[in-house]
Design a protein around this ligand. Structure first.
Ligand code: GAR
Length: 194
Protein backbone atom coordinates (compact mmCIF):
# COMPACT_ATOMS: atom_id res chain seq x y z
CA UNK A 1 0.00 0.00 0.00
CA UNK A 2 1.24 3.48 -0.84
CA UNK A 3 2.51 5.29 2.26
CA UNK A 4 1.24 8.83 2.79
CA UNK A 5 3.97 11.16 3.98
CA UNK A 6 4.51 14.79 4.98
CA UNK A 7 7.93 16.31 4.26
CA UNK A 8 9.10 18.99 6.72
CA UNK A 9 11.77 21.41 5.45
CA UNK A 10 13.19 24.84 6.30
CA UNK A 11 15.49 25.46 3.35
CA UNK A 12 16.28 24.63 -0.23
CA UNK A 13 14.41 21.32 -0.32
CA UNK A 14 16.79 19.30 -2.47
CA UNK A 15 15.96 16.24 -0.34
CA UNK A 16 12.25 16.92 -0.78
CA UNK A 17 12.81 17.00 -4.53
CA UNK A 18 14.85 13.78 -4.51
CA UNK A 19 12.05 12.01 -2.61
CA UNK A 20 9.40 13.26 -5.04
CA UNK A 21 11.59 12.28 -7.99
CA UNK A 22 12.09 8.77 -6.57
CA UNK A 23 8.31 8.46 -6.21
CA UNK A 24 7.78 9.54 -9.82
CA UNK A 25 10.50 7.13 -10.99
CA UNK A 26 8.74 4.24 -9.23
CA UNK A 27 11.60 3.71 -6.73
CA UNK A 28 9.63 4.73 -3.64
CA UNK A 29 6.09 3.61 -2.97
CA UNK A 30 4.85 6.75 -1.21
CA UNK A 31 2.91 9.95 -1.80
CA UNK A 32 3.91 13.38 -0.47
CA UNK A 33 0.56 14.69 0.76
CA UNK A 34 1.92 17.96 2.08
CA UNK A 35 5.11 19.94 2.70
CA UNK A 36 5.37 21.65 6.10
CA UNK A 37 7.72 24.59 6.55
CA UNK A 38 8.51 27.11 9.27
CA UNK A 39 10.01 29.43 6.60
CA UNK A 40 7.29 30.69 4.25
CA UNK A 41 9.95 32.12 1.87
CA UNK A 42 12.09 28.98 1.69
CA UNK A 43 12.92 27.62 -1.77
CA UNK A 44 11.23 24.33 -0.86
CA UNK A 45 7.87 26.15 -1.18
CA UNK A 46 8.62 26.92 -4.83
CA UNK A 47 9.75 23.34 -5.46
CA UNK A 48 6.53 21.99 -3.90
CA UNK A 49 4.51 24.32 -6.15
CA UNK A 50 6.33 22.94 -9.21
CA UNK A 51 4.98 19.49 -8.30
CA UNK A 52 1.52 20.81 -7.29
CA UNK A 53 2.05 19.59 -3.74
CA UNK A 54 0.19 21.38 -0.90
CA UNK A 55 2.24 23.45 1.56
CA UNK A 56 1.47 24.29 5.18
CA UNK A 57 3.70 27.15 6.34
CA UNK A 58 3.75 28.74 9.74
CA UNK A 59 5.77 31.33 11.67
CA UNK A 60 6.65 29.95 15.09
CA UNK A 61 6.78 33.30 16.85
CA UNK A 62 3.13 33.97 15.98
CA UNK A 63 2.12 31.16 18.35
CA UNK A 64 2.09 31.22 22.14
CA UNK A 65 3.98 27.92 22.35
CA UNK A 66 5.53 25.03 20.42
CA UNK A 67 2.58 22.87 21.55
CA UNK A 68 0.19 25.34 19.86
CA UNK A 69 1.81 25.29 16.43
CA UNK A 70 2.50 21.56 16.62
CA UNK A 71 -1.21 20.95 17.34
CA UNK A 72 -2.12 22.94 14.25
CA UNK A 73 0.36 20.86 12.22
CA UNK A 74 -1.19 17.65 13.61
CA UNK A 75 -4.71 18.81 12.65
CA UNK A 76 -3.48 19.56 9.12
CA UNK A 77 -1.67 16.22 8.78
CA UNK A 78 -4.77 14.35 10.01
CA UNK A 79 -6.88 16.09 7.33
CA UNK A 80 -4.38 14.82 4.76
CA UNK A 81 -4.33 11.33 6.37
CA UNK A 82 -0.55 11.42 6.70
CA UNK A 83 1.12 8.25 8.10
CA UNK A 84 4.76 9.33 8.38
CA UNK A 85 6.65 12.60 8.93
CA UNK A 86 9.88 12.88 6.94
CA UNK A 87 12.23 15.65 8.10
CA UNK A 88 14.39 17.02 5.28
CA UNK A 89 16.36 19.98 6.56
CA UNK A 90 13.69 20.99 9.10
CA UNK A 91 15.71 23.06 11.55
CA UNK A 92 13.46 22.90 14.63
CA UNK A 93 13.42 20.41 17.47
CA UNK A 94 10.29 18.27 17.36
CA UNK A 95 8.32 18.71 20.60
CA UNK A 96 6.39 16.23 22.71
CA UNK A 97 3.06 17.15 21.07
CA UNK A 98 4.14 15.96 17.62
CA UNK A 99 6.26 13.11 18.99
CA UNK A 100 3.35 11.55 20.83
CA UNK A 101 0.92 12.01 17.91
CA UNK A 102 3.40 10.35 15.49
CA UNK A 103 5.16 7.95 17.83
CA UNK A 104 7.95 6.07 15.93
CA UNK A 105 6.69 7.61 12.70
CA UNK A 106 9.12 10.53 12.37
CA UNK A 107 12.40 10.14 10.44
CA UNK A 108 15.27 12.61 9.96
CA UNK A 109 18.34 12.89 7.76
CA UNK A 110 21.50 14.48 9.14
CA UNK A 111 24.72 15.36 7.26
CA UNK A 112 27.24 13.55 9.50
CA UNK A 113 27.98 10.10 10.87
CA UNK A 114 26.01 10.43 14.10
CA UNK A 115 26.69 10.52 17.00
CA UNK A 116 29.48 12.78 15.65
CA UNK A 117 28.55 16.39 14.87
CA UNK A 118 24.88 16.68 15.84
CA UNK A 119 23.02 20.01 15.62
CA UNK A 120 23.55 22.92 13.29
CA UNK A 121 26.13 23.09 10.49
CA UNK A 122 27.32 19.49 10.80
CA UNK A 123 29.44 19.83 7.64
CA UNK A 124 31.17 22.95 8.99
CA UNK A 125 31.74 21.19 12.33
CA UNK A 126 33.32 18.18 10.58
CA UNK A 127 35.63 20.34 8.44
CA UNK A 128 36.59 22.48 11.41
CA UNK A 129 37.51 19.30 13.28
CA UNK A 130 39.66 18.12 10.38
CA UNK A 131 38.02 14.74 9.87
CA UNK A 132 38.85 13.01 6.58
CA UNK A 133 35.63 11.02 6.38
CA UNK A 134 32.19 12.25 7.34
CA UNK A 135 28.83 11.10 6.03
CA UNK A 136 25.09 10.91 6.28
CA UNK A 137 22.73 9.34 8.82
CA UNK A 138 19.03 8.53 8.56
CA UNK A 139 17.44 7.98 11.97
CA UNK A 140 14.19 7.90 13.93
CA UNK A 141 13.44 11.12 15.77
CA UNK A 142 13.17 11.19 19.55
CA UNK A 143 13.14 14.13 21.96
CA UNK A 144 16.89 14.80 21.58
CA UNK A 145 18.87 16.72 18.97
CA UNK A 146 19.77 14.14 16.25
CA UNK A 147 19.82 11.31 18.81
CA UNK A 148 17.18 8.71 17.81
CA UNK A 149 17.79 5.09 16.69
CA UNK A 150 19.86 4.87 13.49
CA UNK A 151 18.27 3.39 10.38
CA UNK A 152 21.13 3.76 7.89
CA UNK A 153 24.47 5.51 7.33
CA UNK A 154 26.88 6.16 4.47
CA UNK A 155 30.43 7.55 4.55
CA UNK A 156 31.59 10.50 2.46
CA UNK A 157 35.22 11.57 2.02
CA UNK A 158 35.89 15.21 2.86
CA UNK A 159 37.42 17.28 0.04
CA UNK A 160 40.22 18.96 2.01
CA UNK A 161 39.65 22.70 2.41
CA UNK A 162 36.71 22.73 -0.01
CA UNK A 163 33.42 23.05 1.78
CA UNK A 164 31.20 23.39 -1.26
CA UNK A 165 32.68 20.30 -2.95
CA UNK A 166 32.24 18.34 0.29
CA UNK A 167 28.69 19.60 0.61
CA UNK A 168 27.89 18.54 -2.97
CA UNK A 169 29.16 15.01 -2.26
CA UNK A 170 27.09 14.83 0.91
CA UNK A 171 23.94 16.02 -0.82
CA UNK A 172 24.32 13.47 -3.62
CA UNK A 173 24.68 10.67 -1.04
CA UNK A 174 21.75 12.03 1.00
CA UNK A 175 19.39 11.93 -1.96
CA UNK A 176 20.21 8.29 -2.67
CA UNK A 177 20.35 7.09 0.95
CA UNK A 178 17.14 8.82 2.06
CA UNK A 179 14.96 7.43 -0.70
CA UNK A 180 16.36 3.88 -0.47
CA UNK A 181 16.06 3.85 3.34
CA UNK A 182 12.48 5.11 3.24
CA UNK A 183 11.55 2.43 0.74
CA UNK A 184 12.99 -0.28 3.05
CA UNK A 185 11.33 1.27 6.10
CA UNK A 186 7.90 1.42 4.49
CA UNK A 187 8.28 -2.17 3.31
CA UNK A 188 9.25 -3.28 6.84
CA UNK A 189 12.70 -4.40 5.73
CA UNK A 190 14.77 -2.62 8.41
CA UNK A 191 15.60 -4.24 11.73
CA UNK A 192 16.70 -1.93 14.53
CA UNK A 193 19.36 -3.04 17.00
CA UNK A 194 18.38 -0.50 19.68
C1 GAR B 1 20.52 18.48 4.48
O1 GAR B 1 21.93 18.39 4.30
C2 GAR B 1 20.09 17.80 5.76
O2 GAR B 1 20.86 16.66 6.05
C3 GAR B 1 20.33 18.90 6.76
O3 GAR B 1 19.85 20.06 6.12
C4 GAR B 1 20.13 19.94 4.70
C5 GAR B 1 18.87 20.32 3.96
O4 GAR B 1 19.13 20.37 2.57
N1 GAR B 1 19.65 18.64 7.99
C6 GAR B 1 20.15 18.90 9.21
O5 GAR B 1 21.22 19.45 9.38
C7 GAR B 1 19.27 18.46 10.37
N2 GAR B 1 19.97 18.56 11.61
P1 GAR B 1 17.95 20.47 1.53
O6 GAR B 1 17.02 21.61 2.01
O7 GAR B 1 18.59 20.80 0.23
O8 GAR B 1 17.23 19.15 1.52
Amino acid sequence: MTTKIAVFASGSGSNFQAIQQAIEDGKLDARIEIVVTDKPDAYVVKRAGNFNIAVFSFVAKQYASKADYEQEIIDTLKEHEVDWIILAGYMRLIGSTLLSAFSNRIVNIHPSLLPSFPGKDAIGQAMEHGVKVTGVTVHFVDEGMDTGPILSQAAVEVVDGDRSATEARIHAVEHELYTSTLQKLFKNEIKLVH
